[in-house]
Design a protein around this ligand. Structure first.
Ligand code: KG4
Ligand code: ZN
Length: 382
């Protein structure tokens, strides 16, 4: 079955649409980022996010279809993010998707955003696998979803698959179990907050990723986060507070923070523009912050994979784009002979191709929207 699914994603601050054929072939993927809107607040402002989604949803969908070389009649089904996320943002994409599917008389497939992130890894492995004969991730897996809104560990197992569908990617349904999650900030949120404290712009992750290469990660010692009870829960607010304390205890930081704030207001965005305005102490601080976050993410994920006897580890979400996180996972997973899989960078951050891919096995299994079903801010995956 080579049905083309139109995917729609609007759970947070990217308005995205994509067309994926047969669950594995990305015909187009369009992402309209709202970074310029939220930048001056240093974080996502929900009311502004929904307004932007409303403004952009129609042109973004149109562009996704154009790039795929399709018109509406070529759409076999609509896959749309139902939750979790910001309710005002979700409602824009969900209502649009529902209306479109009904007008086209095509099935509407609601998708959990987190399941989309899991499928981003499968989708990537399939693209890479087809080209380079790379193996696909074997289940059971442990999946770390690490973004600005989520830091959560799931077990991923084969689900119930209809007899007609071969139990193979991409027609493969999965079953999820929650292993652990952050008790306070998501890792990406910690990156964004630290970047705000140090006047490094928004979003903070990509800039800190690049600046950290110039610092000494052993310079500032952070106590490893401890979470009583579940050893697979995360906590990043302590590290963030330690960064704040470190900045306050060294008045020398003040002047350069003011200078970078000035540069940001004048339009500086790139790490290369900010690097000359960063002292050694700042570079050491961001490198040490990143090391602390990365080591904690990698250690808990690999420990969970070992405990669950997983055959692979999947890492997805905006922070999965981080170069040190990727390198550390590859090094430490190789030492344990554990295969680890990441999406490409564009598939790591929020996008609609992962939503269309996750919709495909559901469509084959007849899991379409029920009457009256609506977007849900806290929709659980497991
Ligand atoms: O998945 P995503 O696009 O949206 C959410 O669902 O949150 O993730 C965005 C988050 C932001 O917090 C951003 O700072 C972080 O991902 N991020 C990174 C990197 N690229 C994006 N964090 C660390 N290193 C990166 N290279
Ligand atoms: Zn996300």
């Amino acid at each position: 079955m080579t049905v083309s699914i139109l995917g729609i994603e609007s759970s947070c601050d990217e308005t995205a649409a994509a067309v994926v054929r047969g669950g594995r072939e990305i015909l187009s993927s369009v992402v309209a980022s709202q970074d310029d809107v939220h930048r001056k607040y240093g974080g996502v402002v929900p009311e502004l996010a929904s307004r932007e989604h409303l403004r952009r949803i129609v042109p973004v969908v149109r562009e996704a279809l154009e790039r795929a070389g399709l018109d509406f009649t070529g759409v076999g089904a609509v896959g749309v993010t139902r939750g979790p996320g910001l309710i005002g943002s979700l409602l824009v994409g969900y209502t649009y998707g529902k209306t479109l599917a009904s007008a086209l008389e095509k099935p509407l497939v609601p998708v959990n955003h987190l399941e989309g992130h899991v499928h981003a890894v499968f989708l990537e492995a399939q693209q890479a696998g087809a080209a380079a004969q790379r193996p696909l991730p074997e289940l059971p897996s442990v999946c770390l979803i690490v973004s600005g809104g989520h830091t959560v560990l799931y077990s991923v197992q084969p689900g119930e698959n209809p007899p007609a569908a071969k139990p193979e990617y991409p027609a493969f349904r999965c079953r999820y179990g929650r292993i652990g999650a952050t008790r306070d900030d998501a890792a990406g949120e910690a990156y964004d907050k630290v970047a705000k404290l140090l006047a490094l712009g928004y979003p903070g992750g990509p800039v800190i990723d690049q600046l950290a290469r110039h610092g000494n990660a052993g310079a500032v010692a952070f106590t490893a986060p401890r979470t009583r009870g579940n050893p697979f829960d995360f906590s990043f607010s302590g590290i963030k507070t330690a960064v704040l304390r470190h900045i306050r205890s060294n008045p020398a930081f003040e002047k350069e923070i003011a200078a970078r704030g000035e540069a940001l207001r004048a339009g500086a965005r790139k790490a290369a523009d900010l690097l000359p305005l960063c002292s050694r102490a700042t570079l050491d601080l961001v490198a040490s912050f990143q090391r602390a976050v990365v080591e904690d993410l990698v250690a808990r994920t690999l420990a969970a994979a070992e405990e669950r006897a997983a055959r692979s580890v999947l890492v997805s979400g905006g922070v999965a784009a981080n170069s040190e996180l990727r390198a550390t996972f590859e090094r430490d997973a190789a030492a344990r002979a554990m295969p680890v899989f990441f999406p490409s960078r564009p598939l790591s951050t929020d996008n609609a191709a992962m939503i269309a891919a996750a919709a495909y096995p559901k469509l084959l299994a007849g899991e379409t929207a029920r009457n009256g079903e609506d977007a849900q801010a806290n929709l659980p995956l497991a």
